[in-house]
Design a protein around this ligand. Structure first.
Ligand code: FAD
Ligand code: SF4
Ligand code: SF4
Length: 435
C-alpha cells in the first residue's frame, strides 16, 4: 500500500500499530498479542517468521475505501469527512439496565442483544475487563444478556478484539463483532481473505474513537484517585452508570473494599487522552467507516447531569440498515431519524483530526518517520476546507516537534508488560529498551 514495510514487526517498530490483533488471528503460530505498558496491545512475533500474510490485513499500515461513491444513496455531504453513511438515527436501548450501564445510550449492546435474541446469532465478539487483572482488557465471546451487560461501557485502555476472530470463524452460526474503527477495519480486511470468517461475521458495530490511551494512562488515572498499588485494583470503569458517567476504580485490601471516583472530564480530558498511542494521531477513521453500523455520542447539545444516555446511530451498509430496522421492530432500540448535520455538530473534533492527519503525515514523511497510507479517504480536502490557517500550520509544525519528542524515527520495540509486577517506571523502561 505504498508503504515500505517489512512485515508485522516493522509495523510495530515504525509506530504504525493500532493494536487490533488481526495479525495474530491470521498467523497465530507466529504472532501473539501482548500488553506493552506505554504503547498498548502489540504483536510479539516469533523470530524469523514470514508475516507477509498478516501484513495484508493490517489496518495500521493504512486504509482504503472501495465503495462506489457515485453509485448509491450515500449522504453526499458526509462522504468526504465521515465515509459512507446511508441513514442517521438517535436514540437508546429500550432495556433500562443496558441504557444505565452503557457508555452512551447502549445502542451497541442493544443491537448485539437483539442479534442474540431475535436473529439467531451465536455470540458477540467484543472486549471486557480481564478477571485476573481488571485494568487490562481481554477479548470475549458473549452469549447471553448477562455476559453482554458485564462488558458494557467504553474501556479507554488497549484492547485487541480481532485476536479472537478464530472463535467467530469456528462458531456454528454468525456472530456480531464490536470494536473501535481500526478493529472493525482489521476484521473487515481479514474477512476479505478468509471466506469462512466472512460467512460468520453477521454484523459489525464500530464505536466512535478519538484514541486509545496506554495502560500507563489507566494506572496514572488510578494513581490520581489515590490508588498507588495496581495489584489491589478489583475493577475499573471509565464511563457508564449515567451519561457519560464517570471513572470508577475499586480496590480490595485485606477484605476492605474502597471505590474511588473521578468525572469523565477529569479522567479523559486531563489524564487518559495524554497517553494516546501515536497511531491515533494519524488515524483518519474515528467513526467506523468500515462497519455496518457505527455508534457514538450525540454531543451536539449541552447534556444535563441527570440525563439518561443517548446514542448516535450511523447506518453504513444495507445489512446495517436491515439490522437497525429489525432491532427497532423487536423493541430492543428506541430511535428517531435525525438530520445528517448532527454528525459534524456532535463530533467536530473528529473532523478536525481527520484534516490534521494530512498535515501530520506530511510532516512525518518529510522527516523520515512513517505514516499510514489512506486511499479514497479525503484527508487533504478536509485539511484545506475545515481547518483554519493556524490549525493547518500547527498540524505540520506541531508534528515536526513530536517526531523528535516521541522519537518517531527510532524503532519502537515491543516490551511485554508483566502485570503481576509493579509497573516499571520510565527510567526502568528506557533500560529495558536499550538492552
Ligand atoms: C478508546 C475510546 C475512545 C472513544 N472516543 C470517542 C469519541 O471520540 N467520540 C464518541 O462519541 N465516543 C467515543 N468513545 C465512546 C464510544 O464510542 C461511545 O460511547 C459509543 O457510543 C458506544 O456507546 P454505547 O452505549 O452504544 O456502548 P455500550 O452499549 O456501552 O457498548 C460498548 C461496546 O464497546 C466495546 N468496547 C469498549 N471498550 C472497547 C475498546 N477499548 N476497544 C474495543 N471495544 C470496546 C464493549 O465491549 C461493548 O461491546 C470512545 C470509546 C473508547 C473505548
Ligand atoms: S495494527 Fe493490528 S494487524 Fe497491524 S500489526 Fe498492529 S495488531 Fe497487527
Ligand atoms: S483513534 Fe483510530 S487508530 Fe486509534 S484506537 Fe481509535 S480507531 Fe484505532
Amino acid at each position: 500500500m505504498g508503504q515500505s514495510l517489512n512485515g508485522i514487526p516493522d509495523v510495530a517498530a515504525k509506530h504504525l500499530c493500532c493494536g487490533c490483533g488481526a495479525c495474530a488471528y491470521v498467523q497465530p503460530d507466529a504472532i501473539r498479542m501482548v500488553d506493552d505498558l506505554d504503547r498498548g496491545r502489540r504483536p510479539l512475533v516469533q523470530e524469523g517468521s514470514d508475516t507477509g500474510e498478516a501484513l495484508e490485513v493490517c489496518p495500521g499500515k493504512g486504509l482504503e475505501h472501495t465503495f462506489d461513491r457515485d453509485g448509491s444513496e450515500w449522504i453526499e455531504e458526509l462522504v468526504d469527512g465521515w465515509g459512507p453513511v446511508l441513514e442517521m438515527w438517535e436514540g437508546f436501548a429500550a432495556d433500562d439496565e443496558v441504557r444505565w450501564l452503557a457508555s452512551s445510550g447502549g445502542a451497541a449492546t442493544a443491537l448485539a442483544l437483539h442479534a442474540l435474541e431475535h436473529e439467531d446469532h451465536h455470540g458477540v465478539l467484543h472486549v471486557a475487563a480481564r478477571e485476573d487483572v481488571p485494568y487490562l482488557n481481554q477479548t470475549v465471546l458473549s452469549r447471553s444478556r448477562a455476559e453482554l451487560l458485564a462488558a458494557t461501557g467504553s474501556r479507554y485502555a488497549p484492547a485487541s478484539p480481532c485476536d479472537g476472530l478464530q472463535r467467530v470463524e469456528d462458531a456454528p452460526a454468525p456472530c456480531v463483532f464490536v470494536g473501535k474503527p481500526c478493529d472493525v477495519a482489521g476484521a473487515a480486511a481479514a474477512a476479505r481473505k478468509r471466506p469462512a470468517l466472512a460467512d460468520n461475521l453477521g454484523l459489525t458495530i464500530a464505536i466512535f474513537c478519538a484514541g486509545t490511551p496506554s495502560t500507563r494512562g489507566t494506572l496514572e488515572m488510578a494513581r490520581a484517585m489515590g490508588v498507588d498499588e495496581p495489584e489491589a485494583i478489583d475493577s475499573v470503569r471509565y464511563r457508564g452508570k449515567g451519561w457519560p458517567g464517570g471513572a470508577e476504580v475499586t480496590t480490595e485490601v485485606d477484605g476492605a473494599a474502597r471505590t474511588e471516583r473521578m468525572s469523565y472530564g477529569a479522567s479523559w480530558g486531563k489524564i487518559l487522552q495524554k497517553h494516546r498511542q501515536w497511531r491515533c494521531y494519524v488515524c483518519a477513521d474515528h467513526t467506523g467507516e468500515f462497519a455496518d453500523i457505527a455508534v457514538g455520542d450525540p454531543w451536539y447539545r449541552e447534556i444535563p447531569p441527570d440525563e439518561p444516555g443517548r446514542s448516535l446511530v450511523v447506518v453504513r451498509t444495507e445489512r446495517g440498515r436491515q439490522f437497525v430496522r429489525a432491532a427497532v421492530a423487536s423493541g430492543a432500540l428506541q430511535l428517531e431519524r435525525v438530520s445528517p448535520d448532527l454528525l459534524p455538530a456532535s463530533q467536530m473534533n473528529l473532523l478536525h483530526t481527520r484534516g490534521a492527519v494530512w498535515g501530520r503525515s506530511l510532516a512525518c514523511r518529510m522527516l523520515g518517520a512513517a505514516a499510514p497510507v489512506y486511499r479514497n479517504m479525503a484527508t487533504g480536502r478536509i485539511w484545506l476546507r475545515h481547518l483554519s490557517l493556524k490549525q493547518r500550520a500547527q498540524s505540520i509544525y506541531g508534528t515536526f516537534k513530536r517526531v523528535f519528542t516521541k522519537r518517531l524515527r527510532e524503532p519502537a520495540p515491543v516490551v511485554p508488560f508483566e502485570p503481576l509486577a509493579l509497573a516499571p517506571h520510565a527510567d526502568e523502561r528506557e533500560e529495558a529498551e536499550a538492552a
